[in-house]
Structures are given as structure tokens and as C-alpha cells.
Design a protein around this ligand. Structure first.
Ligand code: ATP
Length: 231
């Protein structure tokens, strides 16, 4: 469903992504791992049109390479950013609504119902300010907000970052459920072991390039990966 060819992201003189090609198939869960500064976040942002890039991004048969971010979102790309990026002074429900603010009210309500069914705890806290929630709950809001846009492919950047172990479990269980319901996931993760345990395929990035790719189980057994990230 997603095909990326020779993607390049440049910040001034610095090349952060150096000719990356990758694909995500319909309903697939793909992990993108690699050390800090490898270019994973830059790649995700480029797919969403949030940073300028060269190279081709095709999604569901459409060429999105020159489309602005809102067009890519409308085409079915959802985004869960690193650091969650909630509005701390808005309520849970207001944050969720921000994920679908251009949609008719009936669709927004249907989306809210879906998200509250997935996260009953958010339903209980819908009037609470997002900034007062625990890290795990805030991550649920960030996931829920992305689902409000009814994405076909969810791009998730470091969803487990900074969370307690129990909250990390909950995030992965939730992603597994979202995946079972038919959505594709491209997951950037520092927690390589967890990411590789859930994903079907994986790409390893280093210094702006894909240095290894394949079935997640095989990538998890690769000596370089074992040594560097799984350990
Ligand atoms: P992390 O897991 O730490 O976020 P990453 O693999 O996601 O790492 P990126 O954040 O994409 O890597 O960064 C890739 C390179 O681009 C790094 O060298 C980083 O310093 C640089 N970089 C990222 N954003 C910018 C920016 N806005 N301006 C200049 N350089 C940037």
C-alpha cells in the first residue's frame, strides 16, 4: 500500500535520509529500528510531508510525493508523533477531536465512540485535562487522536518512549489490537526487541540508510542487530 523510493531528507548541508526505499503492504506491521540519529523520525516526517524530501512516496496507488500534509492525511496516513504532542490544557476529548477537526460532526462522534471503545479509560477521563494524565494515558490519547482520522496506515514514532513497563505493555497490546482490526502500522521504536516481536517485517536504519531488511524474526536474529539493539 505504501511504496517509497530513493527518499532523501536534507537539513541544509546535512543529509539525514540518504536514498531510502521501503514498502508496507496492506494490513502489514513493519518495524523501523536503528540508533539515535539514524534518520527514522526524518523519514516518517517526510512520508507525512512535514519535512521537504526528494524521492517518491506512493500510497494506495496515488503519488503523494508533492502533496501537502493534509492531503496525505486525507489519503489515509495517520501519525502518532514522538513525544505525543498533546494540548496539555485541553481535555482528552478536545485532543481527540483535534484528530478529526475537518470532519462532519457525525463522523467525529462515530470516531469518538470507536476510540472510547478501544480505551475505556479515556472515556472515563474525557473531561480531564490531557496534561494531568499519566504518560501511558497520554500515549493512549495520542493513538486515539490518530485513529480519529480513520487512517489505513498508522505511522507511530517511539510510542513506548519514557513509559513505565506496564504502560509499554499496554501500548503494544493496543497496537496489536489496532493491527488485528485491519490497519497497517509502520512503527519506529528504540525498544527493538518488542518491536521485532510484534512486527512481520523490519528495516534497520543507520546513518540515513537502510542497512538491513527482512522478516522481523530473521532481523531479530541478525548478529549486528543482536549486538547493537537487542542485546
Ligand atoms: P531519534 O531516535 O533520536 O529521533 P532518528 O533516527 O529519528 O533519531 P532523526 O531525528 O531523523 O533520527 O535525525 C537524523 C539526523 O538529522 C540527525 O543527525 C539529526 O541531528 C538531524 N536532524 C534532525 N532534525 C533536524 C533539523 N530540524 N535540523 C537539522 N538537523 C536535523
Amino acid at each position: 500500500m505504501l511504496e517509497v523510493q530513493d527518499l532523501e531528507v536534507r537539513y541544509g548541508e546535512a543529509l539525514a535520509v540518504r536514498g531510502v526505499s521501503l514498502a508496507v503492504r496492506e494490513g502489514e506491521w513493519v518495524a523501523l529500528i536503528g540508533p539515535n540519529g539514524a534518520g527514522k523520525t526524518s523519514l516518517i516526517k517526510a512520508l507525512l510531508g512535514l519535512v521537504p524530501h526528494r524521492g517518491a512516496v506512493r500510497f494506495l496507488g496515488r503519488d503523494l510525493s508533492r502533496r501537502p500534509p493534509w492531503d496525505r492525511a486525507r489519503a489515509g496516513l495517520g501519525y502518532v508523533p514522538e513525544g505525543r504532542r498533546l494540548f496539555p490544557k485541553l481535555t482528552v476529548e478536545e485532543n481527540l477531536r483535534a484528530g478529526a477537526y475537518t470532519r462532519p460532526e457525525a463522523e467525529v462522534r462515530a470516531g469518538l465512540e470507536e476510540v472510547y471503545a478501544l480505551f475505556p479509560r479515556l472515556a472515563e477521563r474525557r473531561r480531564q485535562l490531557a496534561g494531568t494524565l499519566s504518560g501511558g494515558e497520554q500515549q493512549m490519547v495520542a493513538l486515539g487522536r490518530a485513529l480519529m482520522g480513520r487512517p489505513r496506515l498508522l505511522l507511530v514514532d517511539e510510542a513506548s518512549w519514557g513509559l513505565m513497563p506496564l504502560a509499554v505493555d499496554l501500548v503494544f497490546q493496543t497496537l496489536a489490537r489496532i493491527h488485528r482490526e485491519g490497519r497497517a502500522i509502520l512503527l519506529v521504536e528504540q525498544n527493538a526487541r518488542r518491536a521485532l516481536a510484534h512486527a512481520q517485517r523490519a528495516y534497520v536504519m543507520e546513518a540515513g540508510r537502510v542497512v538491513l531488511e527482512g522478516p522481523a524474526a530473521r532481523v531479530a536474529q541478525d548478529p549486528r542487530v543482536l549486538e547493537s539493539y537487542v542485546g
